[in-house]
Design a protein around this ligand. Structure first.
Ligand code: UD1
Ligand code: UDP
Length: 361
């Protein structure tokens, strides 16, 4: 069986690492890895291939950054060529990026079945580029690997036939378990940053709906700057957010107040998450990883796809509407003792990768 795996953006390298490791140890399976080039800086791409032992891509399409239509279109055209050449039995796509959508459409139009890992997530906010990517990818897919019960329900509500949908758990939980020990052994980020456990907040911000709008960007970073007067805020800065802060004239102020660092590799990120007193983020992956390490999380958005985290009390939504709201809610949550349910199995048992390969076979 020949399988093409499409990746392109940071979280996809982490998700694909889990499944690729299983595929590679399965007899009679050949995986062809395609990197679209959506993320290309060393610390957004290469570092993950090195740390997570991912095979070098068989095809690097080198597409890079463009507007949505141009980026997705260029990827679609290039992926189509790879599929025509390789004639795979399946194409696997991950998550909700433009690389995901391009991979799914290229395959389905050539009548190659598509497997979507992390299917069924919905924010019900159609202004998010990711929401459009997810919906279209799910409706183009033949096998839909849902990470949560909520995702399964969403797919059923959209009329996707039950036999295509498999609740397998979350590959990011598999990754957290598998690489957790390696992170503890190999990462020196706490020493390098002179951080002690439980003495800092870890923040990440990169969503378009937060970085592309001046008022939201100011509310978030104004809030984080105020919080940093009380407790250090460590923030690995996504390149999109660096450009946005620079555009808004906020970069100097923010650099003075926060511990801005370059994007880090996965192993360093795990250590930063595990030892933080609180995580404040708009990232999908980071919300869940906070929970995997049982660190409370504040999500700087109106809604989340990972609703079970809010229901169980581990995650609190904080719509970033004003500096005061961001400051007060973050500072309050540092001292509040709100109930957090000790739920088991929300994201499966760490065997999502195995289950995905089993279903594919
Ligand atoms: C993309 C995904 C988002 C995902 C995120 C993970 C889409 C629509 N968005 O958002 O769902 O959560 O990846 O991190 O697919 N840039 C660099 N170097 C890089 C990559 C990007 O400088 O290696 C800069 C460029 O200026 C680019 C901007 O970041 O225009 C945004 O990159 P892009 O891949 O378009 O979107 P992300 O915000 O990274
Ligand atoms: N991550 C990382 N280094 C960083 C920031 C994030 O390794 O500097 C990891 C993080 O641990 C998680 C994934 O990248 O596994 C999340 O990616 P991101 O926040 O970019 O995207 P999202 O999950 O929101 O799509």
């Amino acid at each position: 069986m020949k399988i093409i795996t499409i990746v392109g953006a940071r979280p996809q390298f982490i998700k694909a690492a889990v499944v690729s490791r299983k595929l590679q140890s399965t007899p009679n399976v050949q995986e062809v890895l395609v990197h679209t080039g959506q993320h290309y800086d060393g610390n957004m791409s290469d570092v993950f291939f090195q740390e997570l032992d991912i095979q070098p891509p068989d095809y690097h399409l080198g597409i890079g950054s463009y507007t949505h239509g141009a980026q997705t279109g260029k990827m679609l055209e290039a992926i189509e060529q790879v599929i025509l050449q390789e004639k795979p039995d399946w194409v696997i796509v991950y998550g909700d990026t433009n690389s995901t959508l391009a991979g799914a459409i290229a395959a389905v139009k050539l009548h190659i079945p598509v497997a979507h890992v992390e299917a069924g997530l919905r924010s019900f906010n159609r202004r998010m580029p990711e929401e459009i990517n997810r919906v279209l990818t799910d409706h183009s897919s033949d096998l839909l690997f849902a990470p949560t019960n909520a995702a399964v329900k969403n797919l059923h509500a959209e009329g996707i036939s039950e036999e295509k949908v498999h609740l397998v758990g979350d590959v990011m939980y598999d990754a957290a378990l598998y690489y957790g020990a390696k992170a503890a052994q190999n990462s020196s980020i706490l020493d390098r940053q002179k951080l002690t456990p439980q003495s800092y907040i870890l923040a990440t911000i990169h969503r378009a709906e937060n970085t592309d709008y001046s008022s939201r960007l100011q509310a978030i970073f104004g809030g984080l700057v105020a919080v940093a007067e009380k407790i250090p805020v460590v923030l690995p800065l996504h390149p999109r957010t660096r450009s946005a802060l620079s555009r808004e004239g906020l970069l100097n102020d923010v650099t003075r107040s926060l511990r801005l660092i370059e994007p880090v590799g996965y192993l360093d990120m795990v250590m930063l998450e595990k030892n933080a007193k609180l995580v404040a983020t708009d990232s999908g992956g980071v919300q869940k990883e906070a929970f995997f390490h049982r660190v409370p999380c504040i999500t700087l958005r109106e809604e989340t796809e990972w609703v079970e985290l809010v229901e169980s009390g581990w995650n609190q939504l904080l719509p970033p509407v004003s500096t005061v709201a961001v400051t007060n809610i973050i500072l309050n949550s540092l001292i509040s003792k709100s109930n957090k349910e000790e739920t088991v199995g929300l994201y499966g048992g760490g065997l999502a990768g195995e289950e995905i390969v089993k279903q594919l076979l």
